[in-house]
Design a protein around this ligand. Structure first.
Ligand code: PSU
Ligand code: MN
Length: 308
């Protein structure tokens, strides 16, 4: 089978999946296109350790020379973190990468798809893509939303960055019947900030409640959808929404001035924000990814414990 041939699962990950033990998928666009070197590779390595400390097996996902890898060694992580010509790959890019034997860093969408093929149900990242501001004229809506609508993987993020239209993104997720849960808060978080001005669509408290919701979604109801779990950034690392707002407005202005469109939009905005905050946003970003890895691993352990 073509899918089996192009899927390379690390033995440790394959063993855990076969035995029904907890596995957490991790994406690679955040490494290649979401953070600068060397913080990107330090973050990727540290996050894998956090997942292990919580009793789960990490599986960082990327396409290497046309094969979908589930679980990467140190050398592969380093290549993704340093090589300037790694393609940013969303789901529609996967066939092209496989057909041409190329290397790509997977977005949330592409990581979800490969995780599902491997049988992984829980995935930790920083922020998910969504409906871009001005999408009514640009039609720029991330394929992350399409994937959440069709692929049964739970994605733990710190919410949605306000480079996007958070309200419209939540509307699209509702239309797609994607459960959107906030962990331990009544406010929907906006990545750097614990609030966004919007309420949590639904709230749950902790991994056991979240695992029960996953069981209800996929097993009791048979819904073939993703689940979005928003985990607010720890208070100590938060950048208040009012403070980051001006930086984001500036980033959006220069995006327009430079005429950047399409797949380059998100990496451009992320890099601009890091530059304008003198690295403070990068520290916040790393803190929230750590926090998400912890919760995702706890959820994966709790879900495995249900024997679902
Ligand atoms: N948002 C972030 N950090 C990120 C991304 C989004 O705060 O690193 C990355 C993720 O990989 C996400 C992708 O899946 O950007 C979305 O890109 P686009 O908007 O082109 O779909
Ligand atoms: Mn886009």
């Amino acid at each position: 089978m073509m899918a089996a041939m192009s899927l390379v699962v690390q033995p440790e990950v394959a063993d855990a999946l076969r035995d029904g033990r907890a596995v957490v998928a991790l994406e690679s666009t955040i490494i290649s296109h979401g953070m600068p070197f060397p913080q990107n590779v330090e973050m990727a390595t540290e996050v894998e350790q956090i997942v292990r400390d919580e009793g789960a097996v990490p599986a960082t996902i990327a396409v290497l020379d046309g094969r979908c890898h589930v679980g990467l060694d140190e050398a592969c992580l380093h290549t993704l973190a340093t090589s300037g010509d790694v393609v940013k790959a969303t789901t529609r890019d996967l066939p092209w990468l496989i057909a041409t034997g190329r290397t790509g860093a997977t977005t949330v969408a592409a990581t979800m798809r490969i995780a599902a093929l491997a049988g992984i149900r829980v995935f930790a990242t920083g922020g998910i893509g969504g409906v871009h501001r001005g999408a009514s004229s640009t039609f720029d809506v991330s394929a992350d939303l399409t994937e959440l609508a069709t692929t049964p993987v739970a994605v733990v993020s710190a919410g949605i960055k306000s480079i996007l239209d958070i309200g419209l993104t939540l509307e699209r997720l509702e239309t797609a019947s994607v459960p959107v849960i906030v962990n331990a808060s009544d406010d929907f978080p906006s990545f750097y900030s614990r609030t966004s001005g919007l309420p949590a669509p639904r709230r749950l408290d902790g991994a056991v409640e979240i695992a029960r919701l996953l069981d209800a979604t996929w097993n009791a109801l048979g819904l073939r959808v993703g689940v979005s779990i928003a985990n607010p950034i720890p208070a100590a690392a938060e950048i208040p929404a009012g403070e980051i707002a001006a930086v984001i407005e500036h980033a959006l202005d220069s995006l327009a001035a430079e005429g950047i469109t399409g797949q380059e939009v998100t990496p451009y905005l992320l890099a601009h924000v890091v530059e304008q905050t003198g690295g403070r946003s990068l520290e916040a970003n790393i803190a929230l990814v750590r926090n998400n890895a912890t919760l995702a691993a706890q959820v994966a352990v709790a879900y495995a414990g249900l024997g679902a």
